[in-house]
Design a protein around this ligand. Sequence first.
Ligand SMILES: Nc1ncnc2c1ncn2[C@@H]1O[C@H](COP(=O)(O)OP(=O)(O)OP(=O)(O)O)[C@@H](O)[C@H]1O
Ligand SMILES: [Mg+2]
Length: 257
Amino acid sequence: MENSSLQVEEITVRFGGLVALDRVSATFKEREVHGVIGPNGAGKTTLFNVVSGFVKADLGKLSFFGEEVSSHRPEKLSKYGVARTLQGLGLFARMSVLENVMIGLTSTGKTKNFGGMLGFGRPVKEERIFRERALSKLNELELGQYVDRMPPSLPYAIQKKVALARALVLEPRFLMLDEPASGLSNDEMDELGDLILKLSEKMGIVLVEHHMDLVMRVCDVITVLDFGRVIAEGTPDEIRSNPQVTEAYLGEEVNTH
Ligand SMILES: Nc1ncnc2c1ncn2[C@@H]1O[C@H](COP(=O)(O)OP(=O)(O)OP(=O)(O)O)[C@@H](O)[C@H]1O
Ligand SMILES: [Mg+2]
């Protein structure tokens, strides 16, 4: 078992009679961008959710840096050094950008534990450290000017970046992104691509995405799912010229810029 990677082995997930994932295996390596693509309903988000702990696999196992687990809870993910963003934004509308990012530093990422962070129960010193770490991450992502704003008052692309800052504030070894490009303009998507490449110097990235231009540009490896099965894995060039992949996408509008 490799201890520098995140592995899924023979994962099977059934929803009633539907087999959403059928013995899916993949190895996500540190400092690699690993794309997960496939037509609508192929099982991409389900795979993402199994790794995140939101969905329990019926069969198969996960391994985080050599530590095997059959299932785990989402709250434990950060202990394994894995951070994720959700398909939606998941920001708290009535909290400032800074507070939203500070939440990324609490163990569960829920507001329930946040009261203490604002002064009661949690040591003031700890709160100051959280604040400084969140501020430094926001500055690093060039979001410093928005720290006191409420998310709904900001452009969508900025909100997405705030959600990313919240995932990154824990300095994860792996970052999992589910459709980070959805709703972005071409220029914003190019900027996201640059950011993903920069982040991959420090961490492994799992990228679930429909926008092929972005996937082909940034990924080192791509796993293709179709009807819950891995139908191909390879470099962007290998995937682009794989007839099985082309066939899986037939009848589906390929989402390019
Ligand atoms: N909680 C659930 N209960 C029942 N069926 C589900 C559930 N979640 C997903 N499915 C089904 O499992 C299959 C895989 O869904 P999944 O969301 O993983 O696909 P996806 O590849 O992420 O698709 P998309 O590109 O549309 O986001 C689909 O047929 C979906 O309808
Ligand atoms: Mg999905």
